[in-house]
Ligand binder design. Structure first.
Ligand code: NAG
Ligand code: NAG
Ligand code: NAG
Ligand code: NAG
Ligand code: NAG
Ligand code: NAG
Ligand code: NAG
Ligand code: NAG
Ligand code: NAG
Length: 587
């Protein structure tokens, strides 16, 4: 029953039940300063419905993380021994006391069991409440905020409180202080419009790749499936349709993967795949509108290159609706919640998950509340512990956010201090995923838009200590002091081509660029490696980074030219060895 039951609840009842918690005063749980770019517009309409997600603490997460390190360390006896769904849930679950405290508190506002949506591990409890009730529960006032430049509208608050005796039982509640503006990393800045088809073949001259492989000369300006297979040494590799290997790609923000575009792409770039399809999975009401005008360039790019490179490996496209319910009559706004948590909740509930999954969306790390970022990242760790290689693009703004002050070109912190600082991207900065940046040309160089730098939230993970410290040690003393966190998780982990990919979109052949090209490309080659391992009866590669940084890098081609400008600086230089300017793959 999803009726708006509370509207009929007399206020006196609410007040009386609140007394249940009278022993504990409300105390501020979370508070932020006014986030950059957002302007407080008006009080939120009292009847506007919020889908509130309550995150309960996960006291056993350390054990889950330990499993992840062991199962993804090629030197460990547990390498490749992944957890089952139930084992993962057991390590994500809160104390029973926390669940009881939260359920009691909700009951005091009239929420009965039937109104609660509990995640299988009980680490999330979701309710729907109108602003008027949420304001009482959280001792706060919601407002409508407008984004000055982008025009987005959202209902949020700068602070909320909970009874003091509940603080230890709740990590956070959102949407409250979340001002993230989630975006796709296919950047239209690099759009090159309609162009003639240039199928790659070895007929018109070749370039010799880093492993002595021959690459068609046309690949130096336009990237096709054949270019990538030539360049990354997988020209003749054939995947199995039936060994159980799968590739997953995620879609958000009403990005729909168009099947006609896919067939046209196959016709020109992989005729063997013509007529094949992917499995569509709807998450939280996500759809896949097949009207040609609804085709998403990001979703078309991801499915065409991801599934095109790995055909006949079965593919899954997940479409997650990013907007929780709202009342259009009361408020003309898209109340965007951060949608990864919905997707993660869905995918972790499946017994059978694709072994490789790529995502080309994200936002500035500083716009995602710290404790929310940590929780979402922890769920990525759970996916890794299940044996999934989780891959994200690293962002398209170099060391900045494409959002620098137009006059000064400087980037600023979001915490009210107005301090100049580089802007890393989340979830790329999560240490439990593999972040992919972009290169261009042959020989490959780092490309300026490629997102890279160091997290301000996540400390450097052990697998990266030598590589990242080695890079920082090579910088001239004082370089970018204060602009980045020298103890933070460095991104990206690897890079692939990301400029001028030839795709079909809305029935036309167009070229797109961005780390959105690179993530599905890298994922496709990892999927081929997983295919080979599964056919040999070996477990899939799972979380890749401990392997990549300890021995896997030997199979990669080191990129030593280029840099990633942003925030009025030249960014980080590519160098010998790992660097935030980039590092590369040759499968
Ligand atoms: C070589 O290039 C010419 C002109 O660009 C083109 O017509 C021809 O199809 C190309 N041949 C191959 C094998 O790619
Ligand atoms: C590829 O293009 C780049 C940029 O235009 C150029 O510097 C490079 O020499 C080209 N590579 C070859 C092998 O022609
Ligand atoms: C992208 O491809 C088009 C068509 O092949 C070409 O005209 C253009 O120069 C390419 N852009 C870059 C940056 O290489
Ligand atoms: C791919 O297969 C073709 C045909 O069998 C062969 O001529 C070619 O040398 C192979 N290429 C590579 C890179 O192994
Ligand atoms: C492909 O799959 C979608 C949904 O999974 C389905 O609606 C569509 O009919 C399929 N198309 C073809 C050509 O099989
Ligand atoms: C699908 O997209 C088209 C074009 O944007 C739109 O007119 C149509 O209403 C959409 N269909 C649904 C069911 O949303
Ligand atoms: C809200 O979402 C709709 C459908 O996705 C979109 O067309 C519209 O531009 C969005 N409105 C705002 C204010 O972002
Ligand atoms: C932040 O500081 C810069 C210069 O240091 C200034 O131009 C800008 O107006 C300040 N912004 C805010 C929001 O205080
Ligand atoms: C990048 O390399 C250039 C040329 O060698 C050098 O001038 C610059 O200082 C380097 N930048 C950083 C951040 O290391």
């Amino acid at each position: 029953m999803r009726a708006i039951f509370w509207l009929g609840l007399p206020l006196s009842t609410v007040m009386a039940r609140t007394a249940f918690y009278k022993g504990s005063q409300p105390k501020v749980k979370e508070s932020i300063t006014s986030p950059r770019g957002w302007v407080k517009h008006a009080p939120a309409p009292p009847s506007h419905v919020l889908e509130l997600k309550i995150a309960l603490p996960q006291p056993k997460f350390d054990a889950l993380e330990q499993y992840l390190w062991e199962a993804s360390d090629p030197g460990h006896e547990r390498y490749g021994a992944y957890l089952s769904k139930e084992e993962t849930y057991a390590l994500m679950s809160p104390h029973r006391g926390s669940v009881e405290a939260v359920v009691d508190w909700l009951a005091s506002y009239g929420f009965e069991e039937g109104h609660l949506v509990r995640s299988p591990a009980n680490d999330w409890i979701t309710i729907r409440a109108p602003v008027s009730l949420a304001e009482k529960m959280l001792d706060t006032t919601y407002h409508v905020y407008h984004h000055a430049q982008k025009g987005d509208t959202t209902v949020r608050t700068l602070s909320y409180s909970l009874p003091e005796n509940l603080h230890g039982h709740v990590d956070f509640i959102q949407p409250t202080t979340m001002f993230a503006r989630f975006k796709a990393f296919k950047s239209t800045l690099h759009w090159s419009g309609q162009a003639e088809l240039v199928p790659a073949s070895l007929g018109n001259g070749t370039i010799t790749g880093p492993a002595g492989n021959q690459v068609d000369a046309s690949c130096n300006s336009t990237i096709t499936l054949t270019c990538l297979r030539q360049l990354y040494n997988a020209l003749n590799y054939t995947t199995s349709a039936t060994n159980g290997n799968k590739l997953g790609l995620t879609g958000y923000l009403n990005q729909y993967a168009n099947l006609d575009d896919l067939q046209q792409f196959y016709l020109t770039q992989n005729p063997a795949a013509l007529g094949s399809n992917f499995t569509f999975v709807s998450v939280h009401g996500g759809t896949n509108n097949q009207s040609l005008l609804a085709a998403g360039d990001e979703a078309d790019l991801d499915t065409q290159f991801g599934f095109g490179l790995t055909y006949p490996t079965p593919g899954t496209f997940y479409s997650t609706a990013g907007e929780p319910p709202f009342t259009p009559s009361a408020l003309e706004a898209n109340d965007t919640n951060e949608p990864y948590s919905y997707w993660l909740g869905y995918v972790l509930s499946q017994d059978d998950i694709p072994q490789t999954i790529s995502t080309s969306y994200g936002d500035d790390e500083q716009t995602v509340p710290y404790n929310y970022a940590v929780r979402v990242c922890n769920e990525m760790a759970a996916l890794g512990a299940r044996g999934v290689s989780v891959i994200f693009s690293s962002g398209d703004g170099g060391v900045g956010d494409n959002d620098a002050d137009p006059a000064t070109q400087q980037c600023f912190t979001n915490d009210g201090r107005n301090v100049t600082r580089f802007v890393p991207f989340f979830p790329a900065t999560c240490p439990y995923i593999t972040a992919v940046g972009s290169t261009a040309y042959i020989p490959e160089k780092a490309i300026p838009f490629s997102g890279g730098g160091f997290s301000n939230y996540f400390p450097r993970p052990p697998y990266q200590e030598l590589a990242a410290q080695g890079y920082i040690d090579k910088l001239a003393p004082g370089t970018y002091q204060g602009l980045y966190n020298p103890y933070g998780r460095g991104v990206p982990d690897v890079s692939t081509q990301g400029l001028n990919f030839s795709i079909f979109w809305e029935g036309k052949n167009v070229h797109v660029s961005g780390t959105s090209c690179s993530a599905p490309t890298f994922a496709a080659f990892i999927s081929m490696l997983n295919d080979a391992r599964i056919s040999l009866g070996l477990p899939p590669l799972g979380f890749l980074n401990p392997f990549l940084y300890s021995s896997g890098y030997k199979a990669l081609n080191d990129i030593t030219e280029g840099n990633n400008p942003g925030c009025g600086t030249e960014g980080f230089n590519a160098t010998v060895g790992w660097d935030p300017g980039k590092s590369d793959v040759t499968a």
